[in-house]
Write a new protein. Structure first.
Length: 354
C-alpha cells in the first residue's frame, strides 16, 4: 500500500511539473537574435530530514522537479535513523522511485558542508535544496555563494480562512496537522464569525482528547505550538481575512469558505493556496502535485515554492546585426560617457562607425 501511494504521489508530482513552461526562446525581430537558453544544472544535492521520522515525501518533492528539469546527477543526503543507525528503507524506496543517483547517510550541518565543498567520497554540487532543522538552515545560509540554495526554511505556518460553510471538525484537523510539526509551527484561523472560531476551537480540543478514538501522540509539541504560535482572529469579513493573510505571507493558505474561487484572485502572497475545504493542505504535503518545499517566515512575500526553474540556468543570448549594432553602439556610447566609463564608450562607439 505504501509503495502504491508513493508511486501515485510521484506520478502526480511529475505531471504537475511537466506542465511548468521551461523552454529556450530566440526572437529575431529586434535587429538580430535575442533570447534565452535554459540549461539544467549538472549536479544538485537534496537534503532529506530523517533522524526522528522518515520523510519519503520530501524525497519526491525535491528530486522529481530536479529530474523534470533535466539535472544530470541528483545527490541525496539524509541522517541515519536514531533507532537503527541506518537510512530508513522507506526513504530508500522513495529515492528509487524519484530517480536519485547517489545516496549518502549523513545529516546535519556536516551534510550541507559535504555537499557544498566536497569530501573524499562526496563530490560537491551546484545547488542544495530541501528543508532541515535550524542547524541545517544556518549551514545552508553559510555556504550560499559557494553553492546555490533554495531558501532558508523555517517552521511551518498555515492560515485557514473559514466561514459558516466550513466544517469545524475539518478546519480543526487541518490546523492540528500543522501544529504537530514543530513547537514553532503556526496554525492560525481567520474568520468573520465568532461562532465558527469557537466551534473550531471546540473541535480541536475534542481531537486532542481522543475524539472517535483518534490518538494524537505529539502532545508536548501541541502544548507549545498551540499556546505560543497559534490562534484565531475575528475579522470584519472574508476580504479583511485575505488582506491579513497577504500581509502575513504564509507558507500555506486554505480557503475553507463559500465560493472560494471568487476570492482566489485577491490572494497575492502565499506559498500555496488550497481552494475549498476538500483541498486540505495535507494533500499538498504528500500527493496533490506541487512541491511541499515552500517559503516560510513570511518570505512568500518575495519567494516561491520549489519548482523546475530552481534547477535551471538561464543564459541570455545577444546576436545583433550590423545595422542594429551601429544604432545601439551610439546609444551605448552616450550612456557610458554619462557613467564616466571611457572604455565602455569606446567599445560602443567603434560599433557605430562605418
Amino acid at each position: 500500500a505504501l509503495r502504491t501511494a508513493l508511486e501515485k504521489a510521484a506520478s502526480r508530482i511529475e505531471q504537475f511539473y511537466r506542465k511548468q513552461p521551461a523552454i529556450s526562446w530566440l526572437d529575431q525581430n529586434m535587429g538580430g537574435s535575442l533570447g534565452q537558453m535554459l540549461r539544467p544544472m549538472d549536479r544538485v544535492g537534496i537534503y532529506v530530514p530523517g533522524g526522528t521520522a522518515p520523510l519519503p515525501s520530501t524525497v519526491l518533492m525535491t528530486a522529481i522537479p530536479a529530474r523534470v528539469a533535466g539535472v544530470k546527477q541528483i545527490v541525496m543526503v539524509t541522517p541515519p535513523g536514531r533507532a537503527t543507525g541506518e537510512i530508513n528503507p522507506v526513504i530508500l524506496a522513495a529515492a528509487a522511485i524519484a530517480g536519485v543517483d547517489e545516496i549518502y547517510c549523513i545529516g546535519g550541518a556536516q551534510a550541507v558542508a559535504a555537499l557544498a565543498f566536497g569530501t573524499e567520497s562526496i563530490r560537491s554540487v551546484d545547488k542544495i535544496v530541501g528543508p532541515g532543522n535550524l542547524f541545517v538552515t544556518l549551514a545552508k545560509q553559510q555556504v550560499f555563494g559557494t553553492v546555490g540554495i533554495d531558501g532558508l526554511a523555517g517552521p511551518t505556518e498555515t492560515i485557514v480562512i473559514a466561514d459558516e460553510s466550513a466544517r469545524p471538525d475539518w478546519a480543526a484537523a487541518d490546523l492540528l496537522a500543522q501544529a504537530e510539526h514543530d513547537i514553532l509551527a503556526a496554525a492560525i484561523l481567520l474568520t468573520p464569525s465568532r461562532d465558527v472560531a469557537e466551534a473550531v476551537q471546540k473541535e480541536m480540543a475534542a481531537w486532542l482528547n481522543g475524539k472517535d478514538g483518534t490518538i494524537l501522540s505529539r502532545t508536548e509539541i501541541f502544548d507549545v505550538s498551540l499556546q505560543n504560535r497559534s490562534g484565531a482572529v475575528i475579522t470584519r469579513d472574508i476580504f479583511e481575512a485575505v488582506e491579513l493573510s497577504n500581509n502575513y505571507g504564509p507558507e500555506h493558505l486554505n480557503l475553507a469558505i463559500r465560493d472560494p474561487w471568487q476570492y482566489l484572485e485577491l490572494v497575492t502572497c502565499a506559498g500555496g493556496v488550497f481552494v475549498g475545504e476538500t483541498s486540505c493542505e495535507v494533500m499538498g504535503d504528500y500527493v496533490a502535485g506541487p512541491s511541499h518545499v515552500m517559503p516560510t517566515g513570511g518570505s512568500a512575500r518575495f519567494a516561491s515554492p520549489l519548482n523546475v526553474w530552481d534547477f535551471l540556468r538561464i543564459i541570455s543570448v545577444v546576436g545583433l546585426n550590423t545595422r542594429t549594432a551601429a544604432d545601439l553602439g551610439r546609444q551605448a556610447d552616450i550612456i557610458a560617457r554619462a557613467e564616466g566609463l571611457e572604455a565602455h564608450a569606446l567599445a560602443g562607439r567603434l560599433r557605430s562607425q562605418p
